[in-house]
Design a protein around this ligand. Structure first.
Ligand SMILES: *[C@@H]1O[C@H](CO)[C@@H](O)[C@H](O)[C@H]1NC(C)=O
Ligand SMILES: *[C@@H]1O[C@H](CO)[C@@H](O)[C@H](O)[C@H]1NC(C)=O
Ligand SMILES: *[C@@H]1O[C@H](CO)[C@@H](O)[C@H](O)[C@H]1NC(C)=O
Ligand SMILES: *[C@@H]1O[C@H](CO)[C@@H](O)[C@H](O)[C@H]1NC(C)=O
Length: 346
């Protein structure tokens, strides 16, 4: 039997509950409208170059350079859990964000950057694995194009790979001789193309693409003005690279949601797709920028040999040096592109 007092308590609780929802949703929408007023004001001061890194070591090296000057009134806006920092580097207005590891984070952040802010183009930077034996740890690459090597048809051992796939790996070919038990049941992997939707294409009719090119005039500027720039050789007084690091423009890069620390797979990627750098974000950032018709360039410092080393991966030892060299190249790129803009507008 329910006493009338209990019913009253229940009704009171219900009213309180509704009130709480009302207050929290009002506060939520107030906060949102304050945020959008801030974004409007930031955008009035645009356009900005969008800078995207991936994780803390890259961010730390960039801020350690002290090149970034925070906007005095609106230093940042937080969106979907990421902090977009507003400021200037070498006279270029920039909005900087760290996207987090992997293709989903990379694509989501790029799309949000161009949707929300007044952006003139995207400069993506970070560190990467080195798949090319003619390159060294500490070198910086500014690739011409990226391929996504993580979209797979995973097939039975005796299957024929689809003719539209652009690459094939037969896992059985990697059995250790004398120890293998014949054909490997993991079978075969066929590499398939991205579906590329774009402003410039027909709606809902994606193109099937393998390569995603970075913006030619930015690449040209980099090859004219950055190649030959001086990079750091030492982590500290006792740990230095064997050779002077170099910056190379125009190679191919590969992206997939996999950290490669395996010599056989590294060599497969180099031999099959002629890629020099291996990372987990670039192709997504380039593809999303191109979809939305924005200029994009990628600057990646080589931090490790992706499994070709003896013993432990070198990313812990040389990651910070690779990130420092990357930040140097990015700052120099912003400087020269700003000078070029001034040249064109005067
Ligand atoms: C694959 O083909 C070989 C040779 O034709 C055959 O011996 C083997 O049983 C086949 N394996 C599978 C998993 O179908
Ligand atoms: C230099 O860096 C390496 C790797 O981080 C470290 O093991 C070593 O102790 C450092 N040496 C000096 C002199 O700081
Ligand atoms: C990049 O890839 C393309 C397509 O596979 C190839 O033609 C080109 O030679 C590669 N570039 C380099 C520098 O290896
Ligand atoms: C490997 O790096 C060297 C030196 O930068 C470059 O000349 C060569 O084209 C690269 N190879 C491929 C397949 O990209």
């Amino acid at each position: 039997m329910a006493a009338p007092a209990t019913t009253l308590v229940r009704q009171c609780l219900a009213v309180l509950f509704l009130f709480a929802i009302l207050v929290s949703s009002t506060c939520g929408s107030l906060a949102r409208s304050r945020k959008s007023a801030t974004i409007k004001e930031i955008n009035r001061n645009g356009p900005y170059v969008g800078l995207i890194t991936v994780y803390a070591p890259e961010e730390n090296a960039f801020f350690a350079s002290k090149a970034f000057k925070s906007h005095p009134k609106h230093p940042f806006v937080d969106l979907a859990g990421r902090r977009y920092r507003v400021g200037e580097v070498e006279g270029s207005k920039v909005i900087y964000v760290r996207c987090g590891i992997g293709l989903v984070n990379a694509a989501a952040t790029t799309q949000q950057m161009v949707d929300v802010f007044e952006i003139s183009g995207i400069v993506h930077f970070g560190i990467a694995g080195n798949a090319n034996s003619s390159m060294s740890i500490g070198d910086v690459v500014i690739p011409k194009q990226f391929v996504q090597t993580g979209l797979w048809d995973w097939l039975k051992p005796n299957a024929t790979v689809d003719s539209s796939d652009f690459g094939e790996m037969d896992i059985g070919e990697y059995n250790v001789k004398g120890k293998g038990k014949g054909m490997n049941v993991l079978g075969k992997i066929g590499y398939f193309t991205e579906q590329f939707y774009s402003e410039t294409g027909k709606p809902n009719q994606p193109q099937r693409l393998i390569w995603f090119p970075t913006t030619p005039h930015w690449l040209h500027l980099a090859s004219q003005k950055l190649q030959g720039m001086k990079l750091e050789r030492c982590v500290n007084a006792s740990l230095c690279l064997e050779t002077e690091p170099k910056l190379v423009v125009g190679l191919n890069g590969s992206t997939a949601d996999a950290f490669v620390d395996n010599a056989a797979y590294r060599d497969f990627l180099f031999n099959t797709f002629h890629v020099s750098s291996l990372d987990m974000e670039s192709s997504a950032i380039v593809m999303t920028s191109l979809s939305n018709d924005y200029a994009v360039i990628v600057i990646r410092g080589l931090s490790d040999l992706a499994g070709a080393q003896q013993g432990d991966n070198h990313i812990k030892l040389f990651g910070p040096l690779a990130a420092t060299n990357t930040a140097k190249a990015v700052i120099q790129f912003l400087k020269i592109s700003q000078q070029q803009n001034n040249l064109h507008s005067s």
